[in-house]
Design a protein around this ligand. Structure first.
Ligand SMILES: CCCCCCCCCCCC(=O)SCCNC(=O)CCNC(=O)[C@H](O)C(C)(C)COP(=O)(O)OP(=O)(O)OC[C@H]1O[C@@H](n2cnc3c(N)ncnc32)[C@H](O)[C@@H]1OP(=O)(O)O
Length: 190
C-alpha cells in the first residue's frame, strides 16, 4: 500500500504539553452571534471583496463561522482561492481564541489541509475550537464543511496563536485606526 501524502499524516496536536483551555468568564454564551471585531478586518469587516464572515458561539465551546464563496474569491475559474480559504480559517480560529479566552493574540503559525475543491456559490461551514494553552501559546483547530454543518469536510486547519500585549498593536499598527478600534465595544483590551 502506498504511504499517505506527507501533508495528511497525523502529527501530534497540540505539539507540546498544554493545559485545557478554560473559557473566560465573559466568553459569550452559546447561541450568541459574535460581533465584528474590527470593521476594517478583511475576514469579518465591511471591506469590499472581503470575506464578510459571521460567527456564532456554539455549545461545548465551539465557534461556528460561515464563509460564502463569491466570484471575488476565485483562484481557478469557479473555485475558491486556497489563500483566501486559509484567511477564512485564520478568522474563524482567531474568533474562537479571542472570544473564548479573551486574550489578545496574533497568529504565529497556520496550517491548512485542502481536501476538496470549494466552488464559487458554496458556503463553507467552519467549526473551530481551542485545543490547549501553554503559557502564551494558544492552540486551535477547525474544519470546514461544504454546504451544511454536516456536509463533506473540505478544509482542515490548525493554528498557533501567540498572546501579545497591547503594545504589539501600538508599536506595529496604525495609531489612528487603533484609537477607533479601542472605542468599539467588542474589542479585547488588556
Ligand atoms: C473578541 C475578539 C475576536 C478577535 C478575532 C480575531 C480574528 C482575527 C484573526 C486574524 C489574526 C491574524 O491574522 S494576526 C496577523 C498575522 N500574524 C502576525 O502578524 C504575527 C507576526 N509575528 C509576531 O508578531 C511575532 O513573531 C509573535 C508575536 C507571533 C511572536 O513573537 P514574540 O512575542 O517575540 O514571541 P516568541 O518568543 O517569538 O514566541 C513565543 C512562543 O511561541 C513560539 N512560536 C512563535 N511563532 C511560532 C511558529 N511560527 N511556530 C512555532 N512556534 C512559534 C515560540 O517558539 C515561543 O515558544 P516558547 O519559547 O515560549 O516555548
Amino acid at each position: 500500500m502506498s504511504e499517505a501524502p506527507r501533508s495528511r499524516r497525523s502529527t501530534p496536536w497540540p505539539p507540546v504539553d498544554t493545559e485545557s483551555p478554560a473559557p473566560h468568564p465573559d466568553a459569550p454564551r452559546p447561541g450568541t452571534k459574535l460581533a465584528v471585531h474590527y470593521d476594517q478586518c478583511f475576514g469579518c469587516g465591511d471591506v469590499e471583496g472581503g470575506l464578510h464572515m459571521r460567527s456564532t458561539m456554539g455549545e461545548h465551546a465551539l465557534v461556528h463561522s460561515q464563509f460564502a464563496v463569491t466570484e471575488a474569491h476565485q483562484g481557478a475559474p469557479g473555485l475558491a482561492h486556497g489563500g483566501l480559504l486559509a484567511c477564512a480559517f485564520d478568522e474563524a480560529l482567531g474568533s474562537a481564541v479571542g472570544n473564548l479566552l479573551r486574550r489578545p493574540a496574533v497568529t504565529g503559525k497556520l496550517e491548512t489541509d485542502f481536501l476538496r475543491p470549494v466552488p464559487v456559490g458554496s458556503t463553507l461551514f467552519i467549526t473551530a475550537k481551542v485545543d490547549g494553552v501553554a503559557g502564551r501559546k494558544l492552540y486551535a483547530s477547525a474544519e470546514g464543511r461544504l454546504g451544511a454543518e454536516d456536509g463533506s469536510v473540505a478544509v482542515r486547519a490548525r493554528a498557533l496563536f501567540v498572546e501579545v500585549g497591547f503594545e504589539h498593536f501600538t508599536t506595529h499598527g496604525d495609531p489612528d485606526a487603533l484609537t477607533k478600534f479601542r472605542q468599539t465595544p467588542d474589542q479585547i483590551n488588556p
